[in-house]
Write a protein that binds this ligand. Structure first.
Ligand code: DO4
Ligand code: MG
Length: 279
């Protein structure tokens, strides 16, 4: 089952039929430990809407209200290697190697709803950055009580030139207007995602593919519930939260995003998050 936030209200997709819930408050709706059961019950008395796909395409919003977005770092081996390389001269390499094997994960604040965009909207690269990449990340939808009730696709846009200059610049490399994208929907399931679930990244420039990569989520070094338990240790989330789980796809040194690039991140079962790059 998929839950979309649209300009007309919450839309639920179930078995290829779409249902519009007109008077639901987004924050209250998704912050529910029994989200799957509630959504099933809500649509049981509703007629499906005609041309649901077109409705969604036209009216889609980022599936976020007053939730904070946090992110996990160095959860995949490729990310550890990439960060060590970029921060070698600044002396930061050792910290990335240590956090990769430490009990405590790297968790950082990424975005509020108003700095985040949805599928079909533009992400940004910073004007004071010279090396920029998207980070395609499976993103957990978590309730106030710390329960994972769904999954979405996240793009943790990152300035590698700023992050590489000094790891203490991480907040500036990671958090700025248009630095986060999530969507297109929240995939709600009571079961964990299959471990061979693949995250695919494709970047197109002037109609040509300039980067392609994929990774299975079983390559992650951390357990999702363990990441959540560290996040919730000393932070409360009255509206629930989103947690990006880290990137396993790291383009090489020769690749940087350019204005007008098209980024597509696909995770089967959830969908495709599509964004254009602006500065
Ligand atoms: O430590 C820097 C950021 C790591 C990150 O965002 C990732 O691994 O996805
Ligand atoms: Mg990341």
């Amino acid at each position: 089952m998929k839950i979309y936030k649209t300009k007309r209200g919450v839309v639920i997709e179930n078995d290829a039929s779409f249902y519009l819930l007109k008077n639901e408050d987004w924050d209250t709706f998704i912050n529910d430990d029994h989200l799957s059961e509630k959504a099933t019950e809500k649509i049981s008395s509703l007629e499906s809407i005609a041309n649901g796909d077109d409705f969604i395409t036209d009216k889609l919003m980022a599936p976020i209200g007053n939730q904070e977005i946090w992110a996990s770092g160095v959860t995949y081996y490729n990310s550890k290697l990439g960060r060590q390389e970029e921060s070698k001269e600044a002396g930061g390499g050792d910290f990335y190697a240590r956090v990769y094997v430490a009990d405590r994960p790297e968790l950082f604040f990424k975005s509020t709803g108003y700095r985040c965009v949805g599928s079909g909207e533009n992400v940004r690269i910073r004007k004071d950055s010279t090396w920029d990449v998207p980070e395609p990340e499976l993103t957990l939808c978590i309730t106030s009580s710390g329960k994972i009730v769904g999954y979405t696709i996240g793009n943790d846009m990152s300035s590698r030139s700023i992050e590489g200059e000094n790891p203490l610049y991480l907040p500036q490399a990671k958090t700025y207007d248009g630095s986060a994208a999530i969507g297109p929907c929240i995939y709600v399931t009571k079961k964990p995602l299959p471990s061979d679930t693949t995250i695919t990244l494709e970047i197109n420039r002037n109609g040509k593919t300039v980067f392609e990569g994929s990774i299975e989520i079983n390559q992650i070094k951390r357990d999702f519930n363990d990441l959540v338990s560290y996040l919730y240790r000393e932070c409360s989330f009255p509206n629930g939260s989103f947690l990006m789980t880290g990137t396993g796809i790291v383009p090489g040194k020769d690749f940087t995003l350019q204005e007008n690039d098209d980024i597509q991140i696909t995770i089967p079962l959830i969908g495709t998050l599509v964004n254009k790059v602006t500065s």
